[in-house]
Design a protein around this ligand. Structure first.
Ligand SMILES: [Zn+2]
Length: 454
């Protein structure tokens, strides 16, 4: 082991009884510090304001600052492609980012700062790299983030600044960091001993985030047959009289845990309607949308097989587009799990919802790990034309947070959608948030759906 001047400060002798991995003389430690992107709306980011003034067109990090709690990661020997952290990584186990502290020391607003534990670098390792988010899972691990030759010093600190691509140069100047490092490079930090830094911008997020291929759609969402009660034989509208649940067993008194009140659980008892679905085909219109486009205009995707229109709001992909120089609408959509789209389509179809409005899918630099990993989808409005029902998913006061769903026909339709989603095995039920049941900050204006990862 050496101290910072390079002089030996001790030796370790391997004992014949020690396991091989303990025989390494652990001479180097590396500590990564991640500084998450600050918000740039509401004049919270002086660098954004200096470049764009009050022009909101270029806003990228809005509503909720980026943070990485729970995001999986591993550190690998970049040449041997073997995991060196976590130290015990049987069955592909990953480490996770822990809670951040906040800091406003970088002249661009308040950042969440995650410090990883000091990582011992085995003597036989020359270069290391990270895999983060979906790319940390053993099945993927295709993009080495910040491959870098570890200097021969005892303890090195590496600062990773998450930053919009268009503000990198200004950030470098304002923070006396010299010239902006090349993409995916770690360079020495000017004026600091044994400290290095690199930039995690939207283009790098694009490369490290998993793109779902057709084969994977089939693996994650195998073909299946959906069924639903046939329309028209009963329950023509939300004002239909209560029915007994002939097909569905007993119904408890009052709203159940999904917020469905009994009088609205009316089910048809006619023969069910069914449809065979090959998700790789059914989802194609979504994954084919937005080719080579960086437009933030609203757009719609028709899922003709199910008679459902998905309406993506204007700026639904703004975080992906505005934090990068290259990301296209299609690339953002391709990083959203097919399970997320399948879950909402399946539930909507079963409830005869024919239009679903979405405000966000994959986004690299806003809020929690869920959208960064492509397992989150935000729903803002549902329409059932047959019932002339159009419901905006929006509470009207803080008093409605955690309260039962509205008793209106629309509110009860949402209650049933929530119930359908939570009953879907591919959905991570505790992480379905609404402005009413299971509310958590900041879900006042949409329902957030989370699906399972791998
Ligand atoms: Zn969300």
């Amino acid at each position: 082991m050496t101290n910072s001047s390079g002089a030996p400060i001790g030796t370790v002798t391997a004992d014949a009884n020690q396991p091989t991995q303990d025989a390494h003389c652990l001479t180097r430690k590396v500590t990564f510090v991640f500084y998450c992107a600050p918000r740039d709306d509401n004049n919270l980011n002086p660098m954004y304001t200096a470049v764009y003034g009050h022009d909101a067109t270029h806003l990228g990090v809005t509503d909720s600052a980026s943070y990485l709690n729970g995001l999986p990661f591993v550190v690998v020997d970049a040449d041997a492609r073997k995991v060196i952290y976590p130290y015990v990584s049987t069955h592909g186990q990953t480490a996770k980012f822990l809670a951040p502290v906040t800091s406003s020391g970088l002249h661009d607003g308040l950042r969440n700062v995650h410090t990883l534990p000091p990582i011992n670098i085995p003597n036989d390792v020359t270069r290391i790299a990270l895999h983060i988010a979906n790319d940390a899972f053993e099945l993927h691990r295709s993009f080495q983030l910040f491959p870098w030759t570890v200097p021969d010093v005892a303890h090195i600190k590496v600062h990773i600044y998450e930053i919009r691509a268009d503000l990198q140069d200004k950030f470098s100047t304002e923070n006396s960091l010299g010239s902006t490092p090349a993409e995916n490079e770690i360079v020495a930090k000017p004026g600091a001993t044994n400290e290095y830094f690199g930039y995690l911008n939207g283009d790098l997020w694009l490369k490290l985030s998993h793109e779902f291929t057709n084969d994977e759609i089939t693996r994650l969402c195998p073909p299946e047959t959906l069924s639903r009660p046939t329309l028209g034989s009963s329950a023509p509208s939300g004002s239909a009289p209560p029915q007994s649940a002939t097909a569905g067993g007993t119904i408890p008194q009052g709203a159940d845990q999904n917020g469905v009140t009994p009088q609205n659980v009316a089910q048809s008892v006619a023969a069910p309607q069914s449809v065979a679905i090959d998700w790789a085909t059914t989802l194609q219109p979504i994954y084919s949308a937005g080719v080579d486009s960086r437009s933030m205009d609203a757009f719609s995707v028709q899922i003709s097989q199910l008679g459902i229109t998905l309406k993506f709001a204007a700026r639904a992909v703004a975080n992906a587009i505005n934090t990068s120089a290259n990301t296209t609408v299609q690339q953002a959509l391709q990083r959203t799990s097919p399970r997320a789209f399948a879950a909402i389509l399946k539930a909507a179809w079963r409830l005869n919802i024919n239009t679903v409005d979405l405000s966000s899918s994959w986004r690299p630099m806003l809020g929690s790990r869920l959208h960064k990993m492509g397992v989150g989808l935000d729903v803002t409005e549902i329409v059932d034309s047959a019932e002339s029902l159009d419901f905006k998913i929006h509470n009207h006061s803080h008093a409605e947070r955690k309260a039962p769903f509205p008793t209106s026909a629309g509110g009860q339709k949402l209650a049933r959608l929530y119930q359908e989603l939570r009953g879907d095995n591919e959905v991570d039920a505790p992480y379905v948030y609404t402005p009413w049941l299971n509310w958590v900050e900041p879900h006042d204006t949409h329902m957030h759906i989370t699906v399972k990862y791998e």
